[in-house]
Ligand binder design. Structure first.
Ligand code: NDP
Length: 257
């Protein structure tokens, strides 16, 4: 984005999908990045690629599991400058697709611990730094699932409704400290591992979600995030509901070609 001042952006879940696409988009725009996720090898590879193509930016990586409060605290404590301008809370997942009585407790715990508690562990620390600096921006990746409950989506929808509520309440708490809080709520996004993770590594089942129509691409969401970051300090885009054109609601998709 032209004339967007250089920022330092911390992305959770930067090893694939929307987080990785956003890292590439923001690197193109000259921002410094702190990339996080559990898969350190992937983080290092992305870091190598980015600094090679964009030698003017600084890219740091930190491997940790957002569900592990001690790991989150230790990793963030290593950021001595505490000068994160933008926090992108993107790490998250759906796991399983069953009616409530057939749900898997471990899947539920993983979604709740990642999508809600992990987001909170990171946000508490980084928002504290932002309050001290009197500026900052927090962007949460919510979902259409955070707006429209759908069949078999029960616990995932609940976690994303929680993200939606947190975006609102974080904004209420933080706007008076000069901190902008917003979110992007996408429908189906391809070029991610989302469906594969949801269906427990079953690539074929995951691929069916995207068959015979054009969903959003991870780069579409990344461009929206970059635009939100590029707005001047007096502008806060609070929420972007973004759908592929062939998707009307959480469940209605035109697959006629
Ligand atoms: P991906 O599976 O491609 O990416 C998920 C990212 O989250 C990975 O980088 C993964 O990194 C990270 N992550 C998952 N669990 C943890 C954890 N415990 N600790 C740290 N990082 C973790 O999917 P998407 O890019 O699609 O997902 C990004 C966000 O977008 C999620 O919040 C998802 O709910 C949301 N979303 C996705 C949609 C879609 O259709 N794809 C639609 C709407 C919202 P690693 O495994 O290395 O830890």
């Amino acid at each position: 984005m032209k004339n967007s001042p250089k920022k330092k952006v911390l992305i959770t879940g930067a090893t694939s999908g929307i987080g990785r696409a956003t890292a590439y988009e923001l690197a193109r725009e000259g921002h410094d990045l702190i990339l996080t996720g559990r898969r350190d090898d992937r983080l290092k590879k992305i870091q190598d690629e980015l600094v090679q193509v964009h030698p003017g930016i600084h890219v740091r990586t930190m491997a940790f599991d957002v569900r592990n409060q001690a790991q989150v605290e230790e990793a963030l404590a290593s950021l001595k400058d505490q000068d994160v301008d933008v926090l992108l809370n993107n790490a998250g997942l759906a796991k399983g697709f069953s009616e409530i009585h057939e749900g898997d407790l471990e899947d539920w715990e993983q979604m709740i611990d990642t999508n809600i508690k992990g987001l909170l562990y990171v946000s508490k620390i980084v928002s504290g730094w932002m309050v001290k600096r009197g500026k900052g921006q927090i962007l949460n990746i919510c979902s259409v699932a955070g707006k429209q409950p759908y069949p078999n989506g029960n616990v995932y929808c609940a976690t994303k409704h929680a993200v939606d509520a947190l975006t609102h309440t974080m904004r209420i708490d933080l706007h008076k400290y000069g901190i902008r809080v917003g979110q992007v709520s996408p429908s189906h996004v391809e070029e991610t591992e989302f469906a594969e993770v949801r269906f427990d590594g079953d690539k074929e089942r995951g691929q069916q979600v995207y068959e015979n129509w054009q969903p959003l691409k991870s780069s579409d969401v990344a461009e929206i995030i970059a635009f939100m970051i590029s707005r001047p300090a007096h502008v806060n885009i609070q929420d972007v509901d973004v759908f592929g054109s062939q998707q009307a609601t959480a469940t209605i998709v035109d697959r006629s070609g």
